[in-house]
Design a binder for this molecule. Sequence first.
Ligand code: NDP
Length: 494
Amino acid sequence: MSDKLYPNIINGEYLPAASGKTLALTNPATGDALGAIPLSSAEDIDKAVTAARAALNGKWGRMTASQRTKILFKAAELINARAKEIAELEARNMGKPMMHVMGEVKQAVEDFEYFAGAASKIEGRVPPVHPVFFGYTLKEPVGVVGAITPWNYPIMLESWKVAPALAAGCSLVLKPSEIAPCSANILVEILHDAGCPEGTVNLVHGLGESAGAALVKHRGVNKISFTGGTDTGRVIMKECANDMKRVMLELGGKSPAIVCEDANLNDAVLSSVFTIFYGAGQSCDARSRVYVHEKLYDAFVEKFVAATKTLVVGDPLDKNTHIGSLAHASRLPVMLKFVEAAKQGGGKILCGGEQLKGGLYDKGTFFAPTVIVDLPEDNLCVQEEIFGPIVVIGKFANDDEALAKANGVKYGLCATLYTESMPRAQKFIRGLHSGIVTVNTPATALPGLPFGGYKQSGVGREMAMETLDTYLETKTVLSGVTGKPINPFGLTLS
Ligand code: NDP
């Protein structure tokens, strides 16, 4: 049993929720108690937004770009120093193998380093206007940012928002997912240790429908930066329209991998197994649909299933584990619903399709990596984000058919192509309706490269200079150069 409380952090103070209510947390791989978070409400959010506004009008708002750079570099150093502690906490909190979380914590370090450097590159422009004027632009922080983050990559996705917002000079209220909230406390502690004045980054725990919704509604918030499901994103975007809050949405995906007839078969199999089963498929960029050229299809499927069967599903703290538990017991019925839809649609389940049972599996919620074939394109499993270890493999006869199938969903986050032909790759790169296209590599997210989607996968880009701009407003300044206002009406005064 653990009775540890991961408190709210508002204006540097460690606080329970105003209501005094808490929510118990459970390790999804073992069922062990992990502690609790405050169940915050509009009252706590209001306090945090007030603190964030005061920071903006106070010490934080007066800091120079160079001071912000130093704080962000220091934060990167401190995250790195506590990487093992953070990774272990996240592994216990959401069941992902610790070795994988370590890589994600390292990426959070790189995000802070990237935006530390970017803080001092914020510049306006001096466009050539008429000679009697001097016109230029100033970049100013957008203000108080509400950051709402999901459970699948906790500290990494928090960093995607916190680092650029701080680089731009904004202050924040962070509301992490109630499913994996623990490491956010370490992040905010680190930011204070790195030199962020009190109130610059505030942490409020609680449910999306109460704490999250109150943050989105709050009139003192200038921008919402959200990562999560497309349906939640839609609700948030509508709410932000009420007072024209700036909004950035990084949403779901149903990303395709396309294996062309000239691809290296073994490389494509191994990479595709990784791109769906990493993190138990709970990634917005999971390549959950694989389309294989008909000439390679049978061999690909046979090798893919064989490789899938060698994956070790187990204890997230064991370094040999490839796939941990689902992040929360509530994810299990979602998986079963999709498997049922596949069966109803005539799909063949070549492996998996069920919860794992026996031994350590009985303590948590583990789902067998699942491979489905022979599904029509309109099946729920092909069209909708599953967010679990379930892949659908289909085939195509030519490049145009592959493109049509790849583009035939409402999402457009990323797409991965396997081919040895540069001209073919170019055709796909231009034809895919997708924010990210990767060629012969599973990787999608590196600091410096914009990350975000077309269509219903979101609005805006993270991790790059394009991101920084969304945390800034542009102020146009125009002054006369003669010291005397022009008099376009040509009137005279006596
Ligand atoms: P949600 O979109 O519901 O949650 C993401 C974050 O938003 C959480 O912090 C959540 O809080 C918060 N939230 C929920 N409702 C509101 C609201 N009305 N106003 C403000 N904030 C809110 O994702 P789920 O965890 O429920 O997962 C559902 C699906 O979303 C998944 O199956 C997957 O398809 C997709 N998803 C996509 C992610 C991505 O990386 N693109 C990440 C996570 C999910 P809380 O959790 O505390 O309720």
